[in-house]
Design a protein around this ligand. Sequence first.
Ligand SMILES: [Cu+2]
Length: 469
Amino acid sequence: MNRRNFLRGTAILTCGLLPGTPPVSATQVQAFSLSAEPGQAQLVPEEYPATDVWGYNGLVPGPELRTRQGETLHVTVRNRLPEETTVHWHGIRLPNAMDGVPHVTQPPIAPGSAFTYEFPLPDAGTFWYHPHMNSIEQVGRGMYGALIVEEPDPPTVDRELVWILDDWRLDMDARIVEGFDNRHDLSHGGRIGNAVTINGEFPDIFRTRSGERIRLRLINAANSRIFALEFPSHEPQVIAIDGHPVPPHPADSGVVTLAPSMRMDLILDMTGSPGQKFPVVDRYYRQSAYRLIDLAYEEAPLRANLPDHGIQLPANPLPEPDPESAIIRTVELEGGAMGAMDGATLNGKWQDIRALVRQGKFWAINGTVSDGHVLDPLQHLKPGQSMVLDMRNNTAWPHVMHLHGHAFRVLARNGEPTRFREWQDSVLVERHETVQIAFVADSPGDWMFHCHMLGHQMSGMMSLIRIKA
Ligand SMILES: [Cu+2]
């Protein structure tokens, strides 16, 4: 029994099927259990010791949760960590009470206790799960896993792979360097590591064969690192961003850019010749480009001609924002090292930058610094209302802005309309860039809107959008 069959074997049928009930009305529930707990992982080559981590079921990454569109996910999470936690189902459009935000959508899960999440999955795509409590440290110690929602009729490929990218700051004994609240990291580009892993392992060689067609689901689980991957002599086709389909197209300038928390689904046709080797290179930080992994072709080709099946994914059932009636709001991202912020409001009181820095706060959204998750809303919306957020990055650093519980269209960058008006849940806003997004506030509740560079989130760059009738 392969892993997938094993996991699918846990499916249970909830709606009792009475005689004469058409089977289409049945809701298939996929049940899983996760335990947040300390563990060990061999993150770097064998000549180094294993690293003490925190993981789901003690593993890095945590178990892959694989379901189908339209099914219901049921996950019991037990907390065996020495501190409180929650689980956020990143990118999933779900009821607010299941969103995993401590003190806002649920009480934290105390050490020794458990919480059960259950929600339907309206969208197919590549998603992931991670804590929303002390995220910089809990995610940074290895707590994350893939949540894959399959299309009813996925494109035909030879292999489907999930690569969860992460980076770690390790010492020479492969121990995680402490000091997650290091103020230099918080006020600059965040905690960037010195060891990049794919699925919790130090990548070396990826074996493939000429003519193979691969669906590669990339997930960036890093604290702050942005990846810009080049696949020399290959032309990966982007088929989905943040889980949501886009018309298949080659990545811009051949570079697959993935900010923290973002996902990208690629179709990678292996066009090299037998015996060839190609490095995949990450060039986001220009001074420190490095080889992520080698694509190594075996001697025997898989086939002579590339497959020509269609690769376009069917659209997810997302509500289309109405630009005519939309409420438009400017969102100013402010602060950080080399920024111009002289002060901002923290806990209801305007404070100058020195006072903010003393409290470990460096970032603001529209003049307000967040302190934890319980916040005055940045915006009130009625259910069904369309909203445009016109984001301006007034800082010297990139940010990746994530909205909970919704997907938004990316309408424009620096005033230029985007090519595909992509649906995303997280969007990279480069320094001094403007990005316009639009969404329909279709799900009632308090939803976080924050930077997913976890050090920025922790030190002030978080807000809340309230959707209430
Ligand atoms: Cu940021």
